[in-house]
Design a protein around this ligand. Structure first.
Ligand code: ADP
Ligand code: MG
Length: 436
């Protein structure tokens, strides 16, 4: 589990750099200012959260199989050898008494400021179904999770920083999508069908046609988020367990435009992701639809593991394009984002094997190196009229050659999205536990 020697470290850094070169080297006319300096590395941060027993009586007869040692480490029984325990160390360990505020303030809030520097950030909740991912990300009315807290803070921050008289004008937009059975579905416009993931000439990942709603207050956020969450609930009821098989991705973009010369513009993207349950469904003996869904357990989650391994081993090819989720996260894992993975685990014995496998995935993830950079360019009017050709939008031929003969896009094109329906209070959504 410990980090390898300096050679391995160098190989990892080289792999991250070459992945960035392949994905990002562009001859765009919207030049990246200051992009010549190599950005400093930032390791993916990994936190583990152990939830309490949810059935009040279980704890008494069934002691937890995980034990926290300090604020960064924990141990779990070794089922192969009962005399031994397996020990793990992470950036943070949150025990069963930790509050939503502890997790938010300790692991999420510190990365939000990077969005205002034009950098990307992402928060991923990982772990088996029932271990507390949705509780951590969404929470309840009494205990709001990462999503409402982050939105509240981010909107406040952008209001202050973008106020009249400040050098930059700021705007925030949100998109909300679900990846289910390798389909990218717009939760703000469920009628739009499977969406395509593309990459522009600057290495930015885009989903053309994905709804993007401007939000300037928390009420705006609720207005879009709540009906969208209900869209997920409908699916979950109809398809039984669908939401634990799908990845819910909330994307918040912060756009900044400098009010005076040289009229720079910056964009920071925040991904808040409630991943599908990481349990191995082959072992749990699922049948019918669930078995189909878990053909490769869940393709995206399976490839996520392969991406993490490829980055760790410094392999020349990182299989981002093998799944929708990893393609979307290309700039968040071994890419340009400040990333935090929150591995959620449960204390009950029946979760034991899934807990060990989630901890092993978390331990591998903390070796991944990102290189966050400021996504800055000149505003189009400062450069004079710029019209990008289709070819430029798709990226330079060298970059394409470097990528090999793989597809430029995943999925099928879809029309533009329609506006979202009526608004409701976040409280109702949380009460309804819209996303399981
Ligand atoms: P997942 O999204 O990983 O499938 P949930 O977030 O739905 O799991 O959690 C499963 C159950 O455990 C829910 O009833 C949830 O309210 C509860 N729960 C999860 N984490 C905690 C926690 N830290 N404190 C209290 N209850 C929790
Ligand atoms: Mg859930």
């Amino acid at each position: 589990m410990a980090a390898g020697g300096s050679t391995q470290q160098r190989r990892r850094e080289m792999a991250a750099a070459s992945a960035a070169a392949i994905s990002g080297a562009g001859r765009c006319r919207l030049s990246k200012i200051g992009a010549t300096r190599r950005p400093p590395p930032a390791r993916v941060r990994v936190a583990v959260r152990l939830r309490p027993f949810v059935d009040g009586t279980a704890g008494a007869s069934d002691p937890p199989c995980v034990r926290g040692m300090d604020s960064c480490s924990l141990e779990i029984a070794n089922w192969r050898n009962h005399q031994e325990t397996l020990k793990y160390q992470f950036d943070a360990f949150y025990g069963e008494r930790s509050t939503q505020q502890d997790i938010y303030a300790g692991s999420v809030q510190p990365i939000l400021r990077h969005l205002l520097e034009g950098q990307n950030a992402s928060v991923l909740a990982y772990g088996p179904t029932g271990a507390g991912k949705t509780h951590t990300m969404l929470g309840s009315p009494e205990q709001p999770g990462v999503i409402p807290r982050a939105l509240m803070d981010l909107l406040q921050l952008t209001r202050e920083e973008g106020a009249e008289g400040r050098p930059w004008a700021l705007s925030v937009t949100m998109s909300y999508l679900e990846i289910y059975q390798e389909k990218v579905l717009d939760l703000l416009d469920p009628a739009s069908g499977d969406l395509v993931i593309r990459e522009d000439c600057r290495g930015n990942i885009l989903i053309p046609g994905l709804s993007q709603k401007p939000i300037s207050s928390f009420a705006d956020f609720e207005r879009h988020f709540l009906p969208a969450s209900r869209n997920r609930t409908v699916g979950a009821t109809r398809l039984n367990q669908r939401s634990s098989r799908s990845h819910a991705v909330l994307l918040v973009k912060v756009d900044q435009r400098e009010r005076l010369a040289p009229f720079r513009q910056r964009e920071g993207k925040l991904y808040l992701i409630d991943l599908a349950g990481s349990e191995d469904n082959r072992r749990t003996g699922n049948k019918g639809l669930r078995l189909k869904e878990s053909g490769a357990i869940n393709t995206s989650l399976f490839v996520l593991g392969k991406v993490v391994d490829a980055l760790n081993q410094g392999l020349p090819r990182v299989p981002y394009r093998d799944s929708k989720l990893t393609r979307l996260l290309q700039d968040s894992l071994g890419g340009s984002a400040h990333s935090i993975l929150i591995a959620n685990i449960a204390p009950e014995r029946r979760f034991y094997l899934d807990t060990v496998s989630a901890l092993n995935f978390a331990a591998r993830s903390k070796e991944v190196i990102n290189r966050p950079f400021t996504n800055e360019s000149l505003q189009p009017h400062a450069l004079g009229p710029v019209k990008l050709s289709q070819k430029e939008l798709l990226g330079p031929p060298e970059a394409k050659r470097a990528r090999g003969p793989e597809e430029e896009e995943i999925g099928s094109p879809e029309p533009m999205a329609a506006p979202a329906s009526a608004s409701q209070k976040l409280r109702q959504c949380l009460q309804g536990r819209a996303v399981s």
